[in-house]
Design a protein around this ligand. Structure first.
Ligand SMILES: [Fe+2]
Length: 296
């Protein structure tokens, strides 16, 4: 599908937690990341996080498509986001999680960013665990802000995952086929640390094809809904991570897209609470989740 270059663009959100990060916020983020590492090194940190993981939810979300696209019925997608590996989560935790996902026979496995916490070396934790996936349509990933904290090393993130059979989608798309029906899978760069370009990610998308787009930041849904992307899968918010009713200290969506399913202009957004934690190995009122989508 060609997107006219002069189309009206939804304004990119700006604010302390969305839009391009200001230098002082990056310093703060790196300081917090260093605190994470220190806490992660203490045995109680991991123990506490394993207790959080014991509450992992794996909801099955059935999504109805318009009748002309019903040939994708039955396609099963596993969506993992915000693992933050290396931060309270080690290789053995990843293996247990991935084996659980693989056991449910997904057709497609998608990673929604923040695979690692702060260091490229944390990617090595994925080396063995990733081998359990045998999804027939493949395994794909987009970067999150934590994957990109160190800027110049971002290319290593892409190269390392590609070596392990995970295709990174950074402002890119690919045509996949489920039982003879093609659809478009797109992925955009992170909104706060990268440079998302939906136009490039949708180059090649054909009229009438279902389009699924991965974006770490949920606020990118603005852009995607404006051009008719059918489904956006996002993470980043951790569902607030600690919630007392509607109060939560982590508010990463300017538009209140903190968790669950949203609809706008016929497009859908699902925001996962993700798996890992940031700052402290604590979740309250926002259990970790790995959602499975079944298209109807
Ligand atoms: Fe995250």
């Amino acid at each position: 599908m060609r997107i006219p270059r002069d189309r009206p663009r939804a304004p990119l959100p700006e604010g302390p937690l969305t839009g391009r990060r200001k230098p002082w916020r990056r310093v703060l983020a790196r300081t917090l990341a260093a605190c994470n590492r220190s806490l992660s090194g203490l045995p109680p940190g991991r123990w506490w996080h394993r207790r959080v993981l014991a509450g992992l939810e794996t909801p099955e979300i059935r999504l109805k498509l318009v009748p002309s696209r019903s040939a994708l019925s039955g396609m099963r997608i596993a969506f993992l986001s915000d693992l933050h590996a290396g931060n309270f989560l080690d290789a053995s935790d990843l293996r247990v999680l991935f084996e659980r996902v693989a056991a449910s026979d997904p057709d497609l496995v998608l990673f929604g960013g923040d695979l690692i916490n702060t260091r490229t070396s944390e990617l090595h934790l994925f080396h063995g665990p990733l081998s359990v996936f045998e999804a027939p349509l493949g395994v794909f990933a987009v970067p999150g802000n934590h994957d990109l904290f160190w800027g110049p090393e971002a290319h290593e993130w892409r190269a390392f995952l590609a070596e392990l059979g995970v295709r990174p989608l950074v402002n890119q798309g690919i045509r996949l086929e489920f039982r003879g029906t093609p659809f478009w899978l797109a992925g955009v760069d992170d909104l706060t640390e990268g440079r998302p370009d939906l136009e490039r990610a949708l180059e090649g998308w054909r009229e009438g094809e279902t389009c699924i787009c991965l974006s770490h930041h949920p606020d990118f849904f603005f852009e995607a809904a404006a051009v008719g992307v059918d489904l956006v899968l996002a993470g980043h918010t951790h569902g607030g991570q600690i919630r007392f009713g509607s109060w939560m200290p982590i508010r990463h969506s300017r538009f209140g897209w903190h968790e669950g399913l949203f609809e706008q202009e016929g497009s859908r957004l699902y925001v996962s609470r993700g798996v890992g934690t940031t700052i402290l190995p604590v979740r309250f009122g926002a259990p970790p989740e790995i959602p499975f989508f079944v298209l109807e």
